[in-house]
Structure formats: structure tokens, C-alpha cells
Design a protein around this ligand. Structure first.
Ligand SMILES: Nc1ncnc2c1ncn2[C@@H]1O[C@H](COP(=O)(O)OP(=O)(O)O)[C@@H](O)[C@H]1O
Ligand SMILES: [Mg+2]
Length: 263
């Protein structure tokens, strides 16, 4: 059974897309069958991989509105140019989901039900979330096994995490009791500033071992890679950003392994 991870934080610009793309590309490179779902109307993940056809018929939006009982799973899968690595494209119209779903029954579970079959084929399904906690985020959280929170190492980002954790607890209570927190990944970490260290100390104090040991530094190659339509681990495999994202992938896999052993 495939494992579904949501990369979530309602704050924009914290590294959700960068992390979703880098982790999924890295898992695929490790040989795991991986599906990235671009669940953000900004479509940054799709565009980062050079897949700009986000107003086509086969996007996540169409998948969510596909009412066929036996819908064709393959219709929505786009192959990337890397082995084991597929994507479901985002769509600008995902903006309208709050309105479109407002009259649907069981609207919180539509994504969960639509992606159920994909779990049989993929080892990992990684979802890149939008910068808000609306209908799409609720659907992402009911569809997922766990949440990974990228945290930008600045003061205001900490505030946002409290809101996100509150939303996570509500989701767990009312809609998805099996959901758990995979962890927090510090991003744009700058070893030479007190601010990064302060943010790290604060989040470590509150969330302890949930915080990943690996920290992603600020790295220009990470920022350049989307315009070259490649995950950073392919754009410049030797840069510090790639090394750290690969290190993070190993820590992520270890964490899952340990969780499985503990049950
Ligand atoms: N560690 C990093 N070093 C340098 N630039 C980064 C890093 N992480 C993200 N960025 C850049 O910061 C911007 C916001 O990141 P992004 O992943 O799109 O955030 P989000 O999806 O949370 O809005 C993007 O331009 C991205 O390339
Ligand atoms: Mg994004």
C-alpha cells in the first residue's frame, strides 16, 4: 500500500513546493514508484518540472470532478522525464473548489476516494499543498497518512505553525483519526544568523524529535532550478541544496521505517 504525505503550511514562500518536488524526485531516484500531486492552484510544482499544460483536461481539478464510477486512473497521470516519477498536474481552477464543492455531500473526502486506487501502484504519493487552509487543504488532510511541515527559519513563520497544528488536531478529531505529523523541516536555514538559531530552538522546544535533524540551507541553486525545469537534485546534484535534500530523504525513510517497527 502506497504512503501518502501532504506537504503543508498555509504560509506561502516557506518551501512547500521545493520540498514536495525535491523529496518526490529523490524518492523516485532511490527506485520508489512516486507520484507527485500538484494540489495548488498556483501550479508551481507542475511548472517547476516544465509541465505547463495546466489548463488541460487531465489535471487534479478534472480528477476531483470526475463522477464516473470506474474512472480511468491513467487519464490523469503525466510521466516526467525521470524513471519512477509521475505527476498529477495542478490547475488554476482549483481556486474555485471552495465554491464548487460547497453543495457536494461528503465533500471533505473527494480527494481521498479519488486517489485510493493510486495507492496500489505507487510506493509514495506526495502532495504539494496550497497557501491556505480551505477546502483543498481539508481534502488533502483527509487523503493523507501524514503531514510534513516545511518551516522557513524566520520569526513570523512560527506563528503560522501554531495555526496549522490546531487545524491538524481538528482534522484528526473530526475527519481523519489516522492522520499524524510526520515532522517539521527547517528551510532557508542560515547558520550564520541568530534568527535561524532562535527559530530552531523555539520549534525544537515545542515539537522536539518531530523536527528533522537535516536542515535545508539557503542555496541559490535551489532557487534557480525551477526556471531550468528540473528538480534541484538533477539541476546541480553536487550543490549543498541537493546534498541536504538527499540527506533529508534518507532521514524521512528512516523515520517511516522506525514508525513501522513501533506500529
Ligand atoms: N532553501 C532554499 N534556498 C533558496 N531558495 C529557496 C529555498 N527554498 C525555497 N526557495 C525559493 O523560495 C521561493 C518559495 O519557495 P516555494 O517552495 O515555492 O514555497 P511555497 O511552495 O511554500 O510557496 C521559491 O522561489 C523557491 O525557489
Ligand atoms: Mg508552493
Amino acid at each position: 500500500m502506497g504512503y501518502v504525505l501532504a506537504v503543508l503550511n498555509q504560509k506561502g514562500g516557506v518551501g512547500k513546493t521545493t520540498t514536495a518536488v525535491s523529496l518526490s524526485a529523490s524518492l523516485a531516484q532511490e527506485g520508489y514508484k512516486t507520484l507527485l500531486i500538484d494540489a495548488d492552484p498556483q501550479c508551481n510544482a507542475s511548472v517547476s518540472l516544465g509541465l505547463n499544460d495546466t489548463n488541460q483536461e487531465g489535471t487534479l481539478y478534472n480528477l476531483l470532478l470526475d463522477d464516473e464510477k470506474e474512472f480511468d486512473n491513467n487519464k490523469y497521470i503525466v510521466k516526467t522525464c525521470y524513471d519512477n516519477y509521475h505527476i498529477i498536474l495542478g490547475s488554476e481552477v482549483l481556486y474555485a473548489l471552495d465554491i464548487i464543492f460547497s453543495t457536494k455531500s461528503r465533500r471533505e473526502f473527494i480527494l481521498r476516494d479519488r486517489i485510493q486506487n493510486y495507492r496500489n501502484y505507487y510506493d509514495f504519493i506526495i502532495m504539494d499543498g496550497p497557501p491556505n487552509l480551505g477546502t483543498l487543504s481539508v481534502n488533502i488532510m483527509t487523503a493523507s497518512d501524514s503531514i510534513l511541515i516545511p518551516l522557513k527559519a524566520d520569526f513570523l513563520s512560527l506563528q503560522g505553525v501554531a495555526v496549522l497544528l490546531d487545524s491538524y488536531h481538528k482534522m484528526k478529531t473530526y475527519l481523519n483519526p489516522n492522520l499524524y505529523l510526520n515532522g517539521v523541516l527547517l528551510n532557508m536555514y542560515n547558520i550564520s544568523t541568530n534568527l535561524s538559531k532562535e527559530v530552531e530552538d523555539n520549534i525544537l522546544f515545542n515539537l522536539k524529535e518531530l523536527v528533522y535533524k537535516t536542515k535545508i540551507p539557503q542555496n541559490i541553486k535551489i532557487a534557480e532550478s525551477p526556471s531550468h525545469k528540473q528538480p534541484v537534485i538533477y539541476y546541480d546534484p553536487k550543490c549543498i541544496g541537493s546534498i541536504k535534500y538527499k540527506e533529508f530523504t534518507q532521514e524521512f525513510l528512516e523515520r517511516l521505517h522506525n514508525k513501522k517497527l513501533k506500529g
